[in-house]
Design a protein. Structure first.
Length: 266
């Protein structure tokens, strides 16, 4: 009886629900073509860059070849991987705006084996203005990534916190969408507008999978946290029942880390 209750505690998440069982990825016999996933949310500080780095590193540990695309002019993804954006001669901006630019000149190796990066810096902010009058402006990023797709298993695009042309480019070439969000009121308000944009892109440009909300943190001390977590999980289950986690990692007391209680990490 005691053993049975102990097992129940181990498989129950912070919300009191059973943790989903995710199968271990099978070893690959060959690499490519890549699945392109856009990590986006127009609200800042919800964990897009953190999700991109950790998901990419986890996939690389399982033998996947991963390309991370820093598609934010702030260059947070590049900085998070130990690269100083202001010191770079070539970034993804060059691939977008210069016809003769080669991806081999821009792709940077990271400290994680099997994971590489297309970096960016503040120059990328000018691309959004320059692309406005271009023909097929929504497909420019897709053209940049097309020759790279055969060389990788997963391409993760870290989008900027806005719904501008750069984000639309990422949605237009993506096979799937991850929407990291805090389980809070203001974060949830923004999801409705983001979902509307994704629906428009799906109808007019790219009829791919619907987005999967990914709760990235909660605090039991915040009265709206539980309700936000429930709404986020319910929305994700309605769109992709087998893909959306129903739990979110609690906040670390320092506020800049996420932690799972012992025995409750999925």
């Amino acid at each position: 009886m005691v053993a049975a209750s102990r097992v129940a505690r181990l498989v129950t998440g912070p919300t009191g629900r059973p943790l989903p069982v995710f199968p271990q990825p099978e070893p690959l016999t060959r690499h490519g073509p890549a699945r392109v996933v856009a990590v986006c949310n127009q609200k800042g500080g919800v964990g897009k860059t953190t999700t991109t780095i950790n998901l990419g590193a986890a996939l690389a540990e399982f033998g996947r070849r991963v390309l991370l695309v820093d598609f934010d002019p702030q260059g947070a993804l590049s900085v998070g991987l130990g690269i100083q954006p202001h010191e770079l001669d070539y970034t993804i901006y060059n691939l977008l705006m210069e016809r003769g630019a080669s991806a081999s000149e821009v792709v940077v190796k990271t400290s994680v084996a099997g994971m590489e990066l297309l970096p960016s810096n503040i120059d990328l902010s000018g691309a959004e203005v320059q692309l406005v009058h271009e023909v097929g402006r929504e497909f420019v990023l897709g053209g940049v990534l097309e020759p790279l797709v055969p060389d990788y298993d997963v391409i993760l695009i870290d989008c900027q916190p806005s719904l501008g042309l750069l984000t639309v480019n990422a949605l237009a070439c993506a096979d799937g969408i991850l929407v990291p969000l805090e389980c809070e009121y203001f974060a949830m308000r923004g999801v409705a507008l983001l979902t509307e944009t994704i629906d428009k892109v799906s109808r007019r440009i790219n009829p791919r999978r619907p987005p999967a909300p990914v709760p990235t943190g909660n605090s039991p001390r915040r009265c709206w946290s539980g309700g936000g977590r429930q709404v986020a999980a319910d929305q994700g289950q309605a769109r992709q029942p087998a893909r959306c986690p129903r739990t979110a990692p609690p906040r670390h007391p320092r506020g800049d880390r996420l932690r799972w209680p012992p025995g409750q990490r999925p």
